[in-house]
Design a protein around this ligand. Structure first.
Ligand code: HEM
Length: 220
């Protein structure tokens, strides 16, 4: 049962492009604030922080599409690719902000950071893993890879878990914001574990309701 009004089919394509356009607003706005000296505190760190946070938000949104469909019957599958790609673009911008603005392309320092600071090692792992997903997020790759595409894209769970962990480890004290993302990612991953059982239960329940309706109709 769908609880929301459905968008007319002819607007599906436009709504995906709208999502891309809206999705880049936080980056453009953060850049504008940074360039005009309106970011509080250390502007570079703040810019980096905002891009990382939006990367995590888009990862969570990507993972939420399936449970939303399973639980509420709202099918937003058409937005999943855009959300995943937005997550990738934000991770890429976060990484570039770190390399160019924070480290000023001092490669020995960057390599030492990646090797010695566990939270950066974990962030880097997530970044490396998200690249093949972004490169294969197109219809041609889905056709070419077949079942292997599904297997490859399961990496998104590892990436989201690594992203949330990286966020928690980047701060001295784990606060409510970090706990929120860790909990959200944990719940979304847990959903994948219980999903098959839930769908089986839902199907049996629907079948049961239908058979009662059919019996009542026959008796009337
Ligand atoms: C999926 C990949 C990633 C996600 C979701 C992510 C997310 C985040 C988030 C949310 C923060 C904010 C922490 C805070 O300042 O409160 C952060 C901080 C940071 N990230 Fe990432 N990140 C990712 C990958 C990377 C990569 C590849 C690098 C660099 C190699 C990196 C370097 C950093 C650094 C240096 C900080 C600390 C900035 C500071 O000192 O305030 N991250 N990240």
């Amino acid at each position: 049962m769908t609880i929301l009004p459905t968008l007319p089919k002819r607007l599906h394509g436009a709504s995906v492009w709208m999502l891309y356009a809206l999705g880049f607003i936080p980056a453009v706005f953060a850049f504008y604030l940074g360039a005009t000296g309106q970011l509080p505190g250390n502007a570079i760190k703040e810019f980096e922080h905002l891009l990382g946070l939006w990367a995590l938000r888009f990862l969570v949104a990507t993972l939420a599409i399936t449970p939303i469909r399973d639980l509420f019957g709202v099918n937003w599958l058409r937005y999943r690719r855009a959300l995943g790609l937005l997550a990738f673009y934000y991770v890429l911008m976060h990484f570039l902000a770190y390399m160019v603005l924070d480290q000023m392309l001092r490669f020995p320092a960057i390599i030492a950071d990646i090797a010695r600071r566990p939270f950066i090692t974990i962030g880097m792992t997530a970044f490396v893993l998200i690249i093949p997903l972004a490169l294969t997020s197109n219809n041609w790759s889905i056709r070419r890879l077949g079942q292997r595409w599904n297997k490859l894209h399961k990496l998104v769970y590892v990436i989201a878990a690594a992203g949330a962990l990286h966020f928690a480890m980047a701060v001295k004290v784990v606060g409510p914001e970090q706990m929120l993302y860790i909990t959200l990612v944990a719940m979304l991953l847990l959903w994948r574990v219980v999903r098959t059982r839930f769908l089986r239960w839902k199907r049996s329940r629907t079948g049961f309701t239908r058979s009662i309706a059919a019996t009542e109709k026959a008796a009337a």
